[in-house]
Write a protein that binds this ligand. Structure first.
Ligand code: TXA
Ligand code: MG
Length: 350
């Protein structure tokens, strides 16, 4: 299949440019598009055949449900059978934006899209290209992250090209995404909203709007045997080819420990890399040191995370040592992804 690339500058956005991509969605095809979180791989979410194509293109297990992307709040009522007052409050506060809400589904939403579940995940993205694509397609767009299953989500169009070129109709290239990690997912089907996947919208932000909010115990990552409520969270995600280890603790000790580990592995003949903050970047002796972002602005770290993980792969790094980015709010979401990428390998040096 020939994949066409559509360039789009979010700051100088030309709505008509999206039309060929919308036409492809209308015809049951697939389009990768930018959102404020990561690139999505979209198809008509009400068309079972389109959902099947998405799973096939990504090599994704078909029990892992897709998120429906909508362009105006009213569309929720066509897809969800129960929309609580709390859900309305969250929609009003955070949509359009990086928040996905899970509702009981209406019959119109096919089981092919929800991985057989009777619930449906819905989000209204804020990126102009995403909104325009949904509006012009005239349907909710089912879109998982536009990566091959098991690879880091794409935060720029070149990542999508690497994974899906030749398998889909269009790629809308809107440059780098702002947030870089996937949306916060909150299950709204119970009395108390429950976070199934942490993201840019933090627990504190949600509590400020709706009061009590639970967190799926599996998200905390303390016990790897607890089955997560978001089916996709159980798969090994985001694993780079090299073995990634996180070193956590007091800054000077972290730097010292990482340099020791690098020296040890380089002596054994391995290719090593360090995943560093802008602040500590200069302190490492490894051949390959990649700057992920600045601790002063955590969103630069989430924005750069998947990109540097992919870069380590491209550079064929065998051992990667990373600083820890633990912290309140967005730090939780960053560490949720990084700890998974590291297969839970964390060394503490307090
Ligand atoms: O930021 C995002 O959410 C991006 C962009 C493209 O919007 N999308 C994304 O989709 O990350 P995906 O498919 O990579 O992740 C969707 C997650 C999976 O973990 C899936 O199991 C969960 O959402 N999910 C979808 N529907 C669900 C449902 N009905 N109940 C519980 N979890 C659900
Ligand atoms: Mg994904």
């Amino acid at each position: 299949m020939e994949t066409k690339i559509i360039k789009c500058d979010p700051l100088n956005f030309i709505p008509e440019d999206i039309e060929p991509a919308a036409l492809a969605i209308k015809n049951g095809g697939l389009v990768a598009f930018p959102t404020e979180t990561v690139y999505g791989l979209g198809g008509n979410g009400l068309l079972p055949a389109a959902s099947k194509k998405i799973y096939a293109a990504k090599g994704r297990p078909s029990d892992n449900p897709l998120i429906l992307h909508i362009a105006d709040r009213q569309m929720v009522y066509a897809l969800a059978s129960e929309v609580s007052e709390k859900a309305v409050k969250l929609m009003e506060e955070f949509w359009p934006g990086p928040l996905t809400l899970v509702f009981k589904k209406k019959d119109i939403v096919p089981f092919e899209t929800t991985g057989g579940l009777d619930t449906v995940a819905i989000r209204m993205p804020s990126h102009p290209a995403a909104l325009e694509l949904i509006r012009r397609s005239g349907c909710p767009i089912a879109a998982p992250s536009a990566n091959i299953s098991g690879r880091p989500s794409p935060s720029k169009a070149s990542h999508v090209v690497d994974d899906l070129f030749g398998r889909i109709d269009h790629i809308i290239d809107g440059g780098e995404t702002d947030i870089g990690i996937e949306s916060t997912i909150v299950d709204m089907t119970g009395e108390v909203p429950m976070i199934l996947r942490p993201g840019y919208i933090t627990t504190a932000m949600l509590r400020e709007v709706v009061g009590e909010v639970d967190i799926d115990p599996a998200v905390k990552g303390v016990d790897a045997n607890i089955r997560p409520k978001a089916p996709g969270m159980k798969y090994t995600h985001y694993a780079p080819k090299g073995e990634l280890t996180i070193v956590e603790g007091e800054t000077e000790r972290v730097v010292k420990k990482i340099n020791e580990l690098v020296l040890e592995k380089e002596k054994e003949g391995f290719r090593c890399g360090v995943l560093a903050s802008a602040e500590q970047y200069e302190s490492y002796d490894a051949d390959i040191v990649l700057k992920v972002g600045s601790r002063l602005e955590p969103v630069t770290i989430s924005a750069g995370l998947y990109s540097v993980l992919r870069e380590f792969d491209d550079l064929e790094v065998q051992y990667i040592f990373s600083e820890s980015f633990s912290g309140e709010g967005l730090g939780n979401a960053i560490m949720n992804r990084l700890i998974k990428a590291a297969g839970h390998r964390v060394i503490e040096v307090w």
